[in-house]
Design a protein around this ligand. Structure first.
Ligand code: UFG
Length: 346
């Protein structure tokens, strides 16, 4: 019998790509999502890619009773990958309670339900945001670098959730966890059947960029060119979403196979390379042949100047590697944007 994985937030950007990779690796997936920032149609895209329709339950993870019913209906569940969370940095500053409530209560509910339902493996969707701006000597940043005061309530929920999960796993509860700290996930599945689908005006660079390239937005603002970086724009570690999705499969196999050495392990998931905003724009133009309308604008409040990951631990211990290039990631994002246009969605 196939092993069954519960994926919360499974119709979202990273969740949908991870569901595809889990199914392709031979797992059964049950998606739980409240559809607050995604659509149930994503399940069709996943089915079209894999030939297998994941189970889908429209449930909010803050609803303990509804979540409990899912655990019972789909028993036995071998593991959980927890993506479901509110994630807009700016909104979190204006509505902190929404973020603290959603993001911590969901995690607590899942953890509470694990022992009594015999679920032992938990993978958490964390972020390099927990490192804040690493000190120069800590770049590329390793998992050992100190976590810094969060720049936003959103970022703080990632730290708090990491702590909640760690304390629970160290309490003697029969649960092991892997915290995956993602750098900047970008791109879309090569089929262009699933991808990133922001609501309204995008906050993140790639959807803003591809929407500008296709004419939905007038001009991309580059937030700052006076940073202490070679070209003055901020540096990030952009990781292809399919590579990132595969890291979850590797982490799940590690936990289910009992290969983890500690109750809680932490892995950075990135490429190990930093790329500036301007470099990224020029790479996009080169690999798609599309000229992008952009301008230099002022700095965005709360932005980190430069961060990229040391991913040796994930490479050496989990045997996972990011294999796709920035060009491939950006081309896939562009193909997805064009597909949305073809389908009359955007
Ligand atoms: N940027 C622009 N113009 C835009 C949008 C972004 O120049 O219109 C720049 C930003 O200033 C930054 C880079 O592009 O330098 C990347 O910005 P994103 O908003 O795409 O990503 P962030 O690095 O700010 O944030 C992402 C996730 C967060 C997560 C954080 C961790 O969106 O959820 O990484 O560092 F917390």
């Amino acid at each position: 019998m196939k092993k069954r994985i519960l994926v919360t937030g499974g119709t979202g950007f990273i969740g949908s790509h991870t569901t595809v990779e889990l199914q392709e690796a031979g797992y059964d997936v049950v998606i739980v999502d409240n559809l607050s920032n995604s659509s149930a149609d994503v399940v069709d895209g996943i089915e079209a890619i894999t030939g297998q329709r994941p189970a889908f339950e429209k449930v909010d993870c803050t609803d303990y009773a509804a979540l409990e019913a899912v655990f019972k209906k789909y028993a036995p569940i071998e593991g959980i990958i927890h993506f479901a969370a509110s994630k807009a940095v700016g909104e979190s500053v204006l509505q902190p309670l929404k973020y603290y409530y959603n993001n911590t209560v969901s995690t607590i509910n899942l953890l509470r339900l694990m022992p009594e339902n015999g679920v032992k493996a938990f993978i958490f969707s964390s972020s390099c945001t927990v490192y804040g701006q690493p000190d120069p000597e800590n770049l590329p940043v390793t998992e050992e670098a100190p976590r810094k005061k969060a720049e936003s309530p959103y970022g703080n929920t990632k730290k708090i959730d990491e702590d909640i999960i760690t304390d629970f796993c160290h309490s003697g509860a029969p649960v092991s966890a892997i915290l995956l700290r993602y750098f900047n996930p970008i791109g879309a599945h090569p089929s262009a059947l699933i991808g990133e689908m922001p609501n309204g005006v995008p906050n993140n660079l790639i959807p803003y960029l591809t929407q500008t390239a296709i004419g939905i937005r007038e001009c991309l603002s580059v937030f700052g060119n006076d940073y202490n970086t070679p070209d003055g724009s901020c540096i990030r570690d952009y990781i292809y979403v399919v590579d990132l999705a595969k890291a979850h499969v590797a982490a799940m196999e590690r936990l289910i196979g009992g290969k983890n050495q500690e109750a809680v392990e932490v892995f950075n998931i990135g490429t190990g390379h930093g790329v500036s905003v301007l470099e990224l724009i020029h790479t996009f133009e080169k690999c798609t042949g599309v000229k992008l309308n952009y301008k230099i604008a002022g700095r965005r409040a709360g932005d980190i100047e430069k961060v990229w990951g040391n991913v040796d631990k994930a490479n050496n211990i989990m045997g996972w590697h990011a294999v796709h290039t920035l060009e491939e990631s950006l081309s896939s994002a562009w193909n997805w944007q064009k597909k949305l246009r073809e389908r009359g969605i955007m």
